[in-house]
Design a binder for this molecule. Structure first.
Ligand code: AHG
Ligand code: MN
Ligand code: MN
Length: 336
């Protein structure tokens, strides 16, 4: 019989490496795994069920919610609330953080921040979407109600982060800071199986990923860098390849495996960048650093060191192969 290592087994093996580990994180991951399987099921029949298209609501950022945004948000919240290890969550789809008020939850040590459905504009056209999650230890006392301070922690305090990509196959990729591992879902037996152990991003890459339609509004240094990517130079394998899906999870996942740079700069419509620090930038920055890459918001500004001031804060994101981020940093520094 083919030997497979399931996500559940992998997490328990890892837990045994830490004698003090209480199994709470294991339980938290079980919740995420369960919700991911439910979403996998719904997304795979999206074209058949009444689940594509817009919901009749907007989220706190005034963005039109898709039915699947709402569904994913509900599923992840209820899975995370079920076990008593999480005391509250914050979500891109919720204006305020959500307190879990049952006694078992008040004793939970962890908070989870998430983008339940990333790339939701792609759902109606059968293009991959994702879920992003980020886990912190609470700072408020165990046994009390969760507070905003529990959520407004810099990314360098993350205990774990990861994403689920619902692509040509469904995968769960996560890190607790010690390496990044990817698991592919085998729906015939209902398990995530280790398929991408110890993912490392190539130091150099030849892919750049940006919504170039916004070029006119980009900062000068970013414009110059994009022109650099397009120049001919055999030694550095330029011109580079341009790839942009419009789902951060999918663009990130491809660049993690192949090497590349993802850019979401500030632009006219989004003067502070579009992506959300707590739900998108921090978890991706945590993963990329654990895989040997870099993530910055501006020259010298590591994403993970930003002190957040509000839940739905946005920030520019430049993330990917370390040598590509360094090069971009030089351009921004020189031309700003
Ligand atoms: P969400 O669907 O969670 O709102 O995120 C969409 C994000 C991100 O996934 C993607 O990379 C980016 O928005 C695309 O934005 P543009 O359409 O402006 O390129
Ligand atoms: Mn998103
Ligand atoms: Mn989203």
């Amino acid at each position: 019989m083919e030997i497979i290592k399931t996500l559940g087994e992998f997490i328990i093996d890892r837990q045994m490496e830490y004698p003090d580990a209480s199994g709470e994180l294991t339980s938290l991951f079980s919740s995420i795994r369960l919700a991911a399987k439910i979403l996998h099921r719904e997304i795979n029949k999206a074209g058949l069920a009444d689940i594509t298209g817009a919901a009749s609501s907007e989220n706190v950022q005034g963005e039109q919610q898709q039915k699947l945004d709402v569904f994913a948000n509900e599923r992840f919240i209820s899975a995370l609330a079920q076990r008593g290890v999480v005391c509250g969550i914050a979500s891109e789809e919720e204006e305020q953080f959500v307190k879990f008020e049952e006694t078992k939850n008040l004793d939970g040590k962890y908070v989870v921040l998430m983008d339940p459905l990333d790339g939701s504009s792609n759902i109606d056209v059968n293009v991959s979407v994702g879920t992003i999650f980020s886990v912190y230890r609470r700072v408020s006392p165990v046994g009390s109600h969760v507070t905003e301070e529990d959520f407004l922690q810099p990314g360098n305090k993350q205990v774990a982060a990861g994403y689920v990509i619902y692509g040509s196959s469904t995968m769960l990729v996560y890190s607790t800071g010690n390496g990044v591992n990817g698991f592919t879902y085998d729906s015939t037996i209902g398990v995530f199986a280790l398929s991408h152990p110890n993912l490392q991003i190539p130091k150099d890459g030849t892919i750049y990923s940006v919504n170039e339609g916004n070029y006119i509004h980009f900062p000068n240094g970013v414009k110059k860098y994009i022109k650099y990517c397009q120049e001919e130079d055999a030694d550095t394998q330029r011109p580079y390849t341009s790839r942009y899906i419009g789902s951060l999870v999918s663009d990130f996942h491809r660049n993690l495996i192949k090497g590349g740079l993802y850019l979401y700069p500030s632009s006219g419509r989004y003067p502070e960048g579009k992506l959300r620090l707590l739900y998108e930038c921090n978890p991706m920055a945590f993963l990329i650093e654990a895989a040997g890459g870099k993530a910055i918001a501006s020259p010298g500004q590591r994403i993970l060191d930003i002190e957040p001031t509000k839940l739905h804060q946005r920030c520019p994101l430049f993330v990917g192969s370390p040598n590509m981020v360094d090069k971009l940093e030089q351009f921004i520094t020189e031309f700003e």
